[in-house]
Design a protein around this ligand. Structure first.
Ligand code: GLU
Length: 424
């Protein structure tokens, strides 16, 4: 591939630029053709819809909805739907591309996509959210499909929303089609193990990385940023494996206890407290961003994008960062992390447990069969461990960070597949 000057990072907080910067570096190392580079850097399809929804007070509010299909080279595109006030096209484009790389890293037969609606679900009633989800599904009826594009939950959505999506889609087809979406409630064809799958994959990646760094889990401390689905399960499962989780955080602050936090108790507190840790008493509340710079062995950012940036990276003390969130580290921070000798299990590897079990859910739906939780966990653990070892081996081979190695594994696979399929 001819040398292409890296796009200067204009806005460190722009996730699409962050993705492109790593994509560019890995493509150069691999030496992929310009033709393939240009195909992979551009999303296949970008859809923006406006969704008029009747609110409980009778007024009509118009929401903006997105779905970006980054690639369908490896198979039908796959990726979650995010409900958040900050959703915008550049973010959805980056998240869609990350899904492409993620599916390739764990070797499952999907391309990448992502959807989102700019809204604040915390301020909406269940009825309003249902109408919004059904409106979005109808607007995307030509996009979604079990062999075309398969959505799932992401920030701000969960099994309840996926049930509405499945129902609305099925109505339009005149039959129940549960394989159109994953992350559904169990009774609607959801898979055992899906809820905890992303957190579980984070745990498997953490233990695999600790082994390489010769950190004994029973002597290690850990801080987890974000106490939603990913962070809370990651914390719980790490605690189960002997790691002392000394701090967790959410929007209400950083909760620190040097003797370790009882994670199940914190989860129960959160569940009874409207989803927030606010007022949790068995730990000291140190305030917002403290979680990132604590003196711990392992840091798990499991909240959102761009939390580790050039502004705070020099203060990080952890020896290992395991990315439960998508895009938590800015591209500018990568260099400092490398200089400091911190190992990163990057997002497209470490949080791929969710989409892996989504794939199992889709397989079970198509077979009309249900696996045991034990089978789901055993198979996803193996996929995550193999993917980690493969990325680690690649990082040694090319003498690059784990992040660039993960991009190399992914881009190489997608580029080789593209070569077989060809363009026009
Ligand atoms: N939203 C999750 C992710 O970012 C899961 C996607 C899926 O299961 O399709 O990986």
């Amino acid at each position: 591939m001819a040398y292409i000057e890296p796009a200067p990072i204009k806005d460190e907080q722009n996730p699409f630029e962050a993705m492109m910067s790593r994509f560019h570096i890995a493509s150069q190392i691999l030496g992929i053709d310009d033709e393939v580079y240009n195909v992979l850097k551009t999303p296949v399809k970008q859809v923006i819809v406006s969704l008029p929804v009747t609110m409980d007070d009778g007024s009509i509010k118009v929401f903006e909805g997105f779905r970006v299909i980054h690639s369908n080279i490896l198979g039908p595109s796959k990726g979650g739907i995010r409900f958040d006030q900050g959703v915008n096209l550049d973010e959805v484009k980056a998240l869609a591309a990350w899904m492409t790389w993620k599916c390739a890293v764990v070797d499952i037969p999907y391309g990448g996509a992502k959807g989102g609606i700019k809204c604040n679900p915390r301020e909406m009633s269940s009825g309003e959210i249902e109408r919004l989800m059904r409106a979005y599904t109808l607007a995307m009826i030509e996009i979604f499909g079990p062999d075309r594009d398969i959505p799932a939950p992401d920030m701000g959505t969960g099994p309840r929303e996926m049930a509405w999506l499945m129902d609305e889609y099925s109505r339009t087809q005149g039959m129940t089609i549960n394989s159109v979406v994953t992350g559904k409630p169990l009774v609607l064809g959801g898979s055992l193990g899906r809820t905890e799958a992303t957190g579980r994959g984070v745990m498997v990646s953490t233990l695999a990385a600790m082994e390489k760094l010769k950190i004994n889990p029973y002597k290690a401390t850990c801080a987890v940023q974000g106490f939603g689905n990913v962070g809370s399960y990651a914390a719980l499962l790490l605690e189960e494996r002997g790691v002392k989780v000394v701090a967790v955080s959410d929007l209400s602050g950083t909760y620190y206890n040097e003797n370790g936090i009882d994670i199940q108790e914190a989860i129960d507190f959160r569940n009874d407290n409207n989803g927030s840790l606010e007022g949790y008493e068995n730990a000291e509340n140190m305030g917002g961003d403290e979680i990132l710079t604590l003196d711990v062995d392992v840091l798990v950012p499991a909240a959102t994008e761009d939390v580790i940036t050039s502004h705070n990276v020099d203060k990080i003390k952890a020896r290992l960062i395991v990315e439960g969130a998508n895009g938590p580290t800015s591209a500018k921070a990568d260099a400092v992390i490398a200089e400091k000798g911190i190992m990163v299990a990057p997002d497209i590897l470490a949080n791929a447990g969710g989409v892996t079990v989504s794939y199992f859910e889709w397989v079970q739906n198509r077979l009309g069969y249900k696996w045991t939780g034990e089978r789901v966990n055993r198979r996803s653990d193996r996929i995550m461990k193999d993917a980690f070892d493969n990325v680690y081996k690649t990082s040694q081979e090319y003498n690059v960070s784990m992040r660039i190695a993960a991009y190399i594994v992914a881009i190489d696979k997608v580029a080789r597949t593209y070569k077989y399929r060809g363009g026009f």
